[in-house]
Design a protein around this ligand. Structure first.
Ligand SMILES: Nc1nc2c(c(=O)[nH]1)N[C@H]1C(S)=C(S)[C@@H](COP(=O)(O)O)O[C@H]1N2
Ligand SMILES: [Mo]
Length: 363
């Protein structure tokens, strides 16, 4: 095993803070990503918390502020389980970096996306015990991991709207794929916000604050925002650019890998497709001629409204170099844009341009 009980062959972008994704082929074929393959994104040192000493404080615009131990969280609420995909907003940033460099940001490939079965308490259940005040509009989460990447350095946090928080799908999760949540994924308890960028699924959560406005934490107010291409990130202040919430429609190819050499002839192409919030994937198309013609791939059934879907198709690979592209469509009628060029943004978020790999067919 490698660092933090991950596979030995993880692509470790950084050891401290720990940032790693599996080789993309590891994500193929199974809906649930094994914990040892699940990507991990951290902005500071990973806290190893004592579950007995852990408390969750719920305050702000609530009628009854709460302080819950792990035992109380288990005993006072009905446990809920759901399958949800987490996707980092920086997933596929490597494709942006080919367009123009993005200094100081991790060059994530296709695999800052993973899926688990999460078990925990519904945030809506906890908020209903606390009782929301009339001006409650946003629910903020705070964690103890202090990030030196923030300006000024501060503990990690973020927020979601009250509507999302009350939707029932947002979990305070303590288990992942039926196992106790590991430290690297937020033990003893993390938030899971299905359909939203991974940044909102705050790990090691210890405070929930209901307020009138989004969290003023650096990772909500300043980072994880889509800046205009001309903006120089260090000069960007709170509220510049667009805040990110729901995930945009996206797909990528998992197998074969970019750069593979394969026997010419029939070859199976497989990948994932994922879209955010209340949308679902409706179709995935694959092209061997740069998008002049497309053919639909076979899409697996959706096992949860919050989970990715795998897709596959068999194509006839010619001898020589071929580019394979893929794009997904969702129930909003949206599809992926062709090129990362017009999507490029200074922090490198939301590269949902067509999936592209180059492979060589050998006689
Ligand atoms: N406390 C805390 N929560 C956090 C982060 C963090 O650095 N600290 N990273 C966020 C980001 S950007 C992502 S993509 C997900 C990654 O979750 P994972 O490490 O379990 O895959 O956690 C989110 N929650
Ligand atoms: Mo992320």
């Amino acid at each position: 095993m490698g660092l933090w009980e991950k596979r030995d062959d993880m692509i470790v972008h950084e050891v401290e803070p720990f940032n790693a994704e599996p080789p993309r082929g590891e994500l193929a074929d199974r809906v649930l990503t094994p914990v040892e393959s699940f990507y991990s994104r951290n902005h500071g040192p990973i806290p190893e918390l004592n579950p007995q000493a852990w408390r969750l404080r719920v305050g702000g615009l609530v009628d009854r502020p709460l302080e819950l131990s792990l035992e109380e969280l288990h005993a006072r609420f009905t446990p809920r389980t759901l399958v949800a995909t987490l996707q980092c907003a920086g997933n596929r940033r490597a494709g942006f970096i080919e367009v123009r460099d993005i200094p100081g940001e991790i060059p994530w490939g296709s695999a800052a996306t993973s899926t688990a079965e999460w078990t925990g308490t519904s945030l809506a259940d906890v908020l209903s015990v606390a009782g929301l005040g009339p001006h409650a509009a946003h629910v903020a989460f705070a964690a103890p991991d202090v990030s030196p990447l923030a300006n000024p350095p501060q503990p990690y946090g973020g927020s979601i709207t009250v509507q999302k928080a009350l939707s029932g799908e947002v979990l305070l999760a303590w288990a992942m794929n039926g196992q106790p949540l590991p430290a690297v994924h937020g033990a003893p308890v993390r938030v899971v916000v299905p359909g939203y960028i991974g940044a909102r699924s705050v790990k090691w959560v210890h405070r929930i604050t209901v307020g009138q406005h989004p969290s003023d934490n650096y990772f909500q107010a300043t980072a994880y925002r889509l800046l205009l291409a001309k903006t120089d990130p260090p000069t960007a202040g709170p509220a510049d650019g667009l805040p990110l919430g729901a995930v945009a429609v996206n797909a990528d190819i998992l197998r074969p890998d970019d750069g593979d050499t394969l026997p010419a002839g029939p070859v199976q192409i497989t990948g994932y497709a994922f879209t955010g919030d209340h949308h679902s994937i409706t179709r995935v198309d694959v092209s061997l001629d740069g998008g002049r013609s497309w053919r639909p791939a076979d899409l697996d059934d959706q096992i949860s409204p919050w989970a990715w879907q795998h897709w596959r198709t068999i194509l006839k690979l010619p001898v020589g170099d071929t580019e394979i592209t893929a794009r997904a469509w969702d129930t909003s009628g949206a599809t992926q844009p062709e090129s990362p060029v017009p999507l490029w943004n200074p922090k490198g978020y939301v590269n949902n341009s067509w999936a592209r790999i180059r492979v060589t067919g050998q006689r």
